[in-house]
Ligand binder design. Structure first.
Ligand code: HEC
Length: 218
């Protein structure tokens, strides 16, 4: 009997203890604060007003000319400057993997019209639903077209062809062009000039070797 009594008392005490823990309304004040500067930030929150700036905004725009990490420099091509288009070019050079990526992007964005064979016979044109013949990039007319003109076509569009500037960033545009130029070079176009110099694995391993090689080359 005593045992049952003590179990009842213990469980009652436990219940009372648990209930008293949950006071029903959350305490929002931290009580005594040791370092108020740390508890209550003195910095302005991003979207609060700010008397220190004329426009009263705390969030500032980046300094003009700032380039976000991982983004390219602007290309400085000017729309309509067709003479400028012709000489426009890039210092970028591409590995085989990047050329593969160029092909992938071409097949996604351009192949529908220009055809995966670059012959202007893409499914959209072949279906008869697109009246304007896309450039046959293997045709003599385009085989020696300057890369800058191609770049302009991608960036601004050309007659019935829309611009692809919002789909392809600067490097991607050049990867697509490098891929086109590669295919053209294999079909009577100019020698391919966008390939990255390949370092043979043996050369990478023997790092100090290039100096000797350079002498030999001169
Ligand atoms: C909706 C169909 C369509 C798509 C998609 C398309 N093109 Fe075109 N493209 C055309 C047509 C049509 C022309 C011919 C324009 C003209 O000369 O009147 C053309 C012309 C061109 C030319 C020649 C430009 C010149 O100055 O004569 C190039 C280079 C070119 N396209 C590259 C591309 C690339 C690269 C892509 C993908 C990023 C692409 N095109 C996507 C339809 C398309």
């Amino acid at each position: 009997m005593n045992k049952i009594k003590s179990i009842v008392v213990a469980s009652l005490a436990l219940t009372v203890g648990l209930v008293s823990c949950d006071s029903g309304n959350m305490r929002r004040t931290p009580g005594h604060i040791y370092a108020p500067d740390m508890t209550y930030s003195r910095a302005y929150d991003a979207y609060t007003s700010n008397p220190n700036f004329e426009d009263g905004l705390t969030s500032r725009r980046p300094v003009s000319g700032t380039i976000a990490r991982g983004h390219e420099m602007p290309d400085h091509m000017v729309e309509g400057d067709t003479a400028g288009y012709k000489n426009f070019n890039t210092e970028l050079r591409f590995t085989d993997n990047e050329l593969d990526e160029g092909r992938r992007l071409f097949n996604i964005y351009c192949g529908i019209c220009h055809g995966t064979a670059l012959d202007g016979q893409g499914p959209l044109y072949a279906s008869g639903k697109f009246a304007s013949m896309p450039a046959n990039l293997k045709d003599a007319k385009y085989l020696h077209m300057s890369s800058g003109q191609m770049y302009a076509a991608i960036k601004y569009g050309k007659n019935m062809m829309g611009a692809y500037a919002s789909q392809l960033d600067i490097k991607q545009r050049w990867m697509v062009i490098a891929y086109i130029k590669k295919v053209q070079s294999e079909n009577g176009g100019d020698a391919f000039a966008y390939g990255a110099a390949k370092a043979a694995p043996a050369e990478v391993a023997a790092a100090p070797a290039p100096a000797a090689e350079e002498k030999a080359a001169h």
